[in-house]
Design a binder for this molecule. Structure first.
Ligand SMILES: NC(=O)c1ccc[n+]([C@@H]2O[C@H](COP(=O)([O-])OP(=O)(O)OC[C@H]3O[C@@H](n4cnc5c(N)ncnc54)[C@H](O)[C@@H]3O)[C@@H](O)[C@H]2O)c1
Ligand SMILES: [Zn+2]
Length: 304
């Protein structure tokens, strides 16, 4: 899908050799088997909901997944609104993500560059939930993987870049707000490390920001349209680790249900879309998503 190449195919994104990926998948599988033992302690009600969700996933043929920050907390990247979320702990931090403040206030930009330089994404690795979605794709069930995340962990786990739709952009890119030039984040971070606290565009002198969508900034219409098509064209919509508070992405949930998809929500906290859900799972994503995929794929295997 051409719209994703803009972000997913970016040359500075870390590349993983097939050998490296296979090793990570093996690590995932052995971790997962440990998790299955832990899961035996879950209560019957949880197990029942999980089994029903696995039945829905086994029966589905075109699954569109929407992920949010909650899928990456196990990789060490804090979310915004969970109990240890960036804004939960420091509500004032929202200014750093608001376009108007970023453009108006050099202090906000300096602070944003300082934080980008030390961002947890640079050392984070995918976790069991990211790998579970690779397994779902390998089983031929994945229609699209829409992510609000900017951390690149789905691609690093091995998800097909053509299926990943990064609706809020990528931290691996830098964008000039004046001329629109797109460059590698690593190049700009080298300038920050060398002492430029608020580096300007080398082409036009304009303000640089991360290639991510700030509050007050519209989404790329082509990327949003691709996400909408995926929400319409699925029989199961699976939302994972998102508070569903950021529009227009959260509206994709309604779109999918209106087009007769079943809806499964996996997240610790309630959302304002819960009533639309066929099923809700509130357990830790790193445990419940791999278990869900494993059970669904076992059910979906043809009888021998
Ligand atoms: N990793 C990232 O790339 C990252 C991190 C922070 C914020 N963001 C950006 O911020 C916006 C935040 O919106 P959002 O809805 O994605 O996130 P959010 O912070 O609003 O909500 C995350 C939800 O996931 C739940 N959660 C967190 N860890 C969990 C776990 N291990 N198990 C079960 N539930 C868990 C939280 O309780 C919360 O309800 C997005 O637009 C995204 O672009 C991205
Ligand atoms: Zn420029």
């Amino acid at each position: 899908m051409a719209v994703n190449k803009r972000v997913g195919g970016f040359e500075r994104r870390p590349r993983w050799t097939p050998v490296g990926q296979a090793a990570l998948r093996r690590q995932w599988i052995s971790q997962h088997h440990m998790m299955r033992d832990v899961k035996d302690d879950m209560g019957n009600a949880v197990d029942d909901a999980l089994q029903k969700a696995a039945g829905l996933l086994a029966a589905a043929q075109r699954v569109t997944v929407l992920t949010g920050a909650g899928i990456s907390t196990d990789s060490g990247i804090p979310d915004f609104r969970g109990p240890n979320g960036i804004w939960t702990l420091d509500p004032a931090a929202q200014r750093l993500f608001t376009l108007r403040d970023y453009l108006a206030d050099p202090w906000v930009r300096r602070e944003a560059w300082r934080i980008r330089r030390g961002h947890a994404a640079w050392t984070a690795r995918p976790n069991s939930a990211h790998y579970a979605l690779v397994e779902l794709e390998a089983a031929g069930k994945l229609r699209a993987l829409i992510t609000q995340n900017i951390d690149g962990l789905h691609q690093m786990a091995g998800s097909n870049e053509d299926l990943v739709i990064e609706v809020h952009g990528s931290l691996y890119e830098v964008e000039c707000v004046s001329c629109g030039a797109r460059t590698a984040m690593s190049d700009t971070l080298e300038r920050v490390a060398a002492g430029e606290e608020d580096p300007a565009c080398l082409r036009c002198g304009g303000i640089l920001k991360a290639g991510t969508i700030s509050f007050g900034q519209p989404l790329d219409p082509a990327v949003l349209a691709a996400a909408e098509r995926a929400a319409i064209d699925c029989d199961l919509f699976l939302a994972v680790g998102t508070s569903l508070t950021v529009q227009p992405v959260s509206g994709l949930v309604t779109t999918s249900v209106r087009h007769a998809a079943k809806l499964v929500l996996i997240s610790a906290e309630a959302t304002s879309y819960d009533e639309l859900a066929t099923l809700r799972l509130r357990e830790p994503i790193g445990t419940v998503l791999p278990e869900l995929v494993t059970r669904a794929l076992a059910q979906a295997l043809p009888e021998s």
